[in-house]
Ligand binder design. Sequence first.
Ligand code: TXA
Ligand code: MG
Length: 339
Amino acid sequence: METLLKQANQESIAMAAELLRQGELVAIPTETVYGIAASALCGTAVKKIFEAKGRPQDNPLIVHIDRMEMLDGLVSEVPEGAKKLAEAFWPGPLTIIMPRGKQVADEVCAGLDTVAVRMPSDPVARAVIAASGLPLAAPSANLSGSPSPTTAHYVFSDMNGRLPLILDGGECQVGVESTVITLAGDTPVLLRPGYITKEQLEQVLGESVQMSGAILEKLKEGETARSPGMKYKHYAPKAEVTIVKGDFSAFCSYVEQHAKPGVFCLCFAGEAQKLPVPCVEYGAQESGAEQARHLFTALRQLDEQGAEQVYARCPADTGIGLAVYNRLLRAAAFRVVQL
Ligand code: TXA
Ligand code: MG
C-alpha cells in the first residue's frame, strides 16, 4: 500500500474524512502524540488498526470525539464525575473510562464492558472528527512496543506502507499520551499518568484518586491489569536503557566508570557537555512539561545515533514528572540503579 504524507489543510482533511467514512485508517496529530484513527463504529475498520500496529487484540482503544453529543451511544451513562472532569479538562489530554454504550464496535473495547473516551484539543484532530462526523478510535501511531511518535516524520518511519494517509500537523505540544482515569468503578482510579495530574483530577472531583499499582511497578506473573496497555513492554528504544538515580555528580562518576563505545546518556538540558560519553538531552531538570515534550523523540534519537547502552537521568515522580517517569520506567524495562 502506498502511504501519502500530507500537510494538514482543508483538502487533506476532507480526504482523511472520506477515507475514514470508507472504513480506512488515517494517522492524525493530536496534542499528545500522533494517533492511527478509524471509525469507532466499524469493527472491520478498527481491526485494521490492530494489524497496522501489530497490537495485541486484548488491548482496548481510546475513542476521540469533538463534542459532548457524540457521547450518546458510545457510553451507557455519563457518571457525575465525568461531567465535572469534561467541563474542566476537555478538550484536552484526558481520557475518561465509562460504562460502554451499544454503538461502539466490540473491537474497540477488547471484550471489556467499559470504553475509553477523550476530546482532543488539537485543531487538526478536531477538524478530522468534525469532517468525518465519526467518533474515532485511535491508539498512538507507533508500531506496538516502540516509542509513541510526536512528529509525522516518525509516524511515517513506523507506518509507511501500512495505511493510506498520514496528516502532518507539526510537533505534538504535550508529547506523552493522555492521562487515563476510570470512573467505571466505585472509586476513581488513575490508570495512566499524563499532562493532567492526579492532583488536578482530585481538585475537580473533590475526592481522592487512587493510583493504579501498574504505574510504577511491573505487573507480577499472572496479575491482571486494570488497563491492559500497562502489561506490555512499551516505549522502548532498541538500546538497553537504565535509569540511574542520584545527584548529578554521582551520575557523572557512574557514567565515567561505565564509559565505553556504544554507551550514551539521556540527560537534562545543559548536562551533555559535562559527561564523558555522547548524550541526548530531554529538557530542563525543573520542567516536567519540557521533558514530556521531548522524551519520545529523545528515545528515537538514541537509536538513530547507534546507542547500545543508555544511562538515563531520573525525572521527578510528581506532577507531570510522574508521566515522564512512568514512560521512562517502561523504556528501561524497570531497570533502575540507585546510587
Ligand atoms: O494521548 C492519547 O491517549 C493517544 C492519542 C492518540 O489520543 N492515544 C493513546 O492510545 O495513547 P493507546 O492505545 O496507545 O493507549 C490507550 C491506553 C492503553 O493503555 C489501554 O489499555 C487503555 O488506554 N484503555 C483503553 N480502553 C480502556 C478500557 N476500557 N479500560 C481500561 N483501559 C483502557
Ligand atoms: Mg500506545
